[in-house]
Design a protein around this ligand. Structure first.
Ligand code: GAR
Length: 190
């Protein structure tokens, strides 16, 4: 799993994986900076790594270092939940279609880094949560699950995002289960 921030979705998934009936295990958690959310993995005894974006001269070089760490851990799937960087094309090309991403909007609406703010600014009455396969665009890959989340009067970016994350966590769990149980198959170019 790859994160950049507080990792509340990571934490929820780690809690879920404590249930022996849930057939998913997090093998490692990485970040593009010293993200506070890495503590959730440390507390759970799961290996962590940081590939510090700022320490590299280019996104491509950062991507090469990241890919090396991802290869070491050889996970069946790479889950981005709150990784606030676009993966370089070479990383996507190497690991696709096994990279999935949560996004706090009902894609294809409101792609990008400020999805919750953008939905509030647009004045819409509902937004949503999505889980997608990562491709080489911005939040443009195949949608594995998505659900609407109503915007309540008085919602701020934080209150709305918190409600969206509850839905993201449920969708992510379901997608991971579907993948493990073979109900969904992700294939190259599909
Ligand atoms: C989640 O809503 C995730 O979908 C979003 O960041 C949040 C991370 O929350 N990702 C993006 O917006 C990527 N474009 P968390 O750190 O509390 O789990």
């Amino acid at each position: 799993m790859l994160i950049s921030g507080g990792g509340s979705n990571l934490r929820a998934l780690l809690d879920r994986t404590r249930d022996s009936d849930f057939p998913v295990r997090v093998v490692a958690v990485g970040a593009d900076r010293d993200a506070p959310g890495l503590d959730h993995a440390r507390e759970a005894g799961i290996p962590t790594f940081v590939v510090d974006y700022g320490a590299f001269a280019s996104r491509a070089e950062w991507g090469e270092a990241l890919a090396e760490r991802l290869r070491e851990h050889a996970a069946d799937a790479i889950v981005l939940s709150g990784l606030m960087r676009l993966l370089p094309d070479a990383v996507v090309a190497e690991f696709a279609p096994r990279i999935i991403n949560t996004h706090p909007a009902h894609l294809p609406e409101f792609p990008g880094a400020h999805a919750v703010r953008d939905a509030l600014a647009a004045g819409v009455s509902e937004t949503g949560a999505s889980v997608i396969v990562v491709d080489d665009g911005v939040d443009s890959g195949p949608i594995l699950a998505r659900e609407r989340v109503p915007i309540e009067p008085g919602d701020t970016e934080d209150t709305l995002h918190d409600r969206i994350k509850l839905v993201e966590r449920r969708l992510l769990e379901r997608v991971l289960l579907d993948l493990v149980e073979g109900h969904v198959e992700i294939q190259e170019n599909r």
